[in-house]
Design a protein around this ligand. Structure first.
Ligand SMILES: *[C@@H]1O[C@H](CO)[C@@H](O)[C@H](O)[C@H]1NC(C)=O
Ligand SMILES: *[C@@H]1O[C@H](CO)[C@@H](O)[C@H](O)[C@H]1NC(C)=O
Length: 480
């Protein structure tokens, strides 16, 4: 029996380099021809599949290389809305075009990675904004409902509702997204991650100031939870965040820091699904590495990072991460090696707790962990449950055996109970849970969920490496 014990403070844990759970690269081509007004001529699409002779790059070979040689486990597969329905707005998925895109999706899934479906239309169709004068919500919902039905059984599919909305009314856009979430879940895709993008091209610098983050994080699954609903985040390092200039002028620490603080406060998470820099650009090697190290260090709220791009881009593309062939093998360029793969591979598995918390965690056997977390809880219902998102099914058994709270809070001793705190003021206490999982469960799949006052936090625990996300700093939000 493995007996190990750790007592760590936030400051201590921060020293351990952290990394995001999912890392990857955009495998572009299905988006080729798309303009920011949402026009996407289907003749311009260049799906990155050599085996289909579609004119695009070798996305299949690239994904194999990235996953086998760099350990990457998330690929983003952009596609235009027009392509999927063969330019018939509101129509059924086009059998022929969908079969081609699915071939790319299957090539991705075959690597064992998570695969992100990205509708690359800027919240538009040929100039009109979805639900705001252009396509109706129902037409957009129809697209997603069909995609969700098709991929309902594929746990590793990630639904990115839309690439880079811009110049639209945020509350109306959020209402559109709510309908899509409901449709995806109703189609039977119950657990897949759904990424919710904000306005201003989903820019990290605008998500909070524009109100997008707040509006999108208020959306829920049909059962009222926010499980697997993540904020989608993009950002480039050039002067106007367009990803079209070679010079990197920022490492985006401010922008990503603001989003991280928001997410931590809200108890939510995000995936950075698009960011990139020019391999030949001035200061890019330094600033892109700094940015990605920062994102990895904030992996309590950023669960994934996808760099732009490979696929059908050739190696001369300004933001090209397309590997080149040497002696029959793919070789990454220096930026991909150092700043994308490097910042990740050099990090350990440890995920630091959120700021302003202290924690104790001990492994008493290879299959049991005990954790205690300082949390700020207030009036309202507080519960803790342990869940296991393991695949393959059937999931191993996981039970929370203890839920004890110090500081005299009247929280229950078992997870099957909840308590209503009647003190109107904020109080601080410690929730301690013990979760036992089947040793066959994958190490990263076990999570402790704490819910208080209508907000919930998932605290992923990796049983092997003893780490977890603490929950703290919610005082003063007025939500409890
Ligand atoms: C980002 O750049 C700023 C300004 O140059 C610097 O202070 C900061 O340390 C950098 N961030 C990282 C994570 O290196
Ligand atoms: C941590 O949170 C407590 C309670 O909200 C607050 O009083 C304290 O100032 C915070 N400490 C830091 C270092 O932010």
């Amino acid at each position: 029996m493995l007996i190990k014990s750790f007592v760590s403070s936030f400051a201590l844990l921060r020293l351990g380099a952290a990394k995001v759970q999912f890392l990857g690269i955009g495998i572009a081509g299905g988006d080729f021809g798309c303009e920011i007004d949402g026009s996407c001529p289907t003749g311009s699409t260049q799906l990155p599949l050599r085996s289909f002779n579609l004119g695009g790059g070798d996305g299949e070979g690239q994904m194999k290389h990235f996953s086998q040689d760099d350990g990457m486990n998330l690929f983003r597969l952009p596609i235009s809305w027009q392509s999927l329905v063969n330019s018939q707005l509101g129509a059924r998925l086009d059998a022929s075009n969908m079969a081609k895109y699915d071939k790319l999706v299957q090539a991705c899934l075959a690597t064992g990675a998570h695969c992100m479906i990205d509708i690359h239309n800027f919240a538009r169709w040929n100039g009109g904004i979805i639900g705001q004068g252009g396509p109706t919500d129902e037409q957009f919902v129809s697209l997603w409902s069909q995609l969700a039905t098709k991929y309902a059984g594929s746990a590793n599919i990630v639904f990115e509702l839309m690439n880079e909305p811009h110049d639209l009314d945020v509350p109306t856009w959020a209402a559109t997204c709510q309908k899509v979430i409901t449709a995806i879940r109703s189609a039977g895709a119950l657990k897949q991650m759904i990424l919710l993008p904000g306005t201003n091209f989903d820019s990290a610098a605008h998500l909070v100031p524009s109100g997008s983050a707040q509006a999108l994080m208020a959306l829920t699954n049909p059962d009222g939870t926010t499980d697997n609903l993540l904020l989608d985040v993009h950002k480039y390092l050039d002067e106007d965040n367009s990803g079209t200039h070679a010079a990197c002028v920022t490492n985006n620490t401010d922008a990503f820091g603001e989003v991280a603080a928001f997410l931590r406060q809200a108890g939510r998470q995000a995936i950075v699904s698009e960011t990139g820099a020019a391999p030949a650009g001035s200061a890019c090697m330094q600033r892109f590495c700094e940015q990605n190290a920062f994102i990895n260090a904030n992996s309590d709220v950023f669960v994934g990072l996808v760099a732009w791009a490979a696929g059908s881009f050739d190696t001369s593309y300004i933001l090209g991460l397309t590997p080149s062939q040497k002696n029959g093998k793919y070789v990454d360029n220096a930026l991909a090696t150092k700043c994308v793969a490097g910042t990740w591979l050099e990090s350990s598995e440890v995920v630091p707790p959120a700021a302003n918390s202290s924690s104790t965690s001990s492994v008493v056997s290879s299959a049991t962990t005990t954790q205690s977390t300082s949390v700020v809880v207030g009036d309202g219902v507080s519960t803790a449950t342990a869940v296991d998102a393991s695949t393959p099914t059937p999931a191993p058994t996981l039970t929370t055996t203890t839920l004890a709270v110090s500081s005299g809070l009247p929280l229950p001793a078992t997870v099957s109970e909840t308590v209503e705190l009647d003190a109107p003021s904020t109080v601080t206490g410690t929730i301690q849970t013990t979760a036992t999982r089947n040793p066959a469960a994958s190490a990263s799949a076990t999570q402790i969920r704490v819910t208080s006052g209508g907000l919930s936090w998932m605290a992923p625990t990796r049983m092997d490496v003893v780490c977890f996300w603490a929950v703290a700093g919610f005082a003063g939000r007025g939500l409890f």
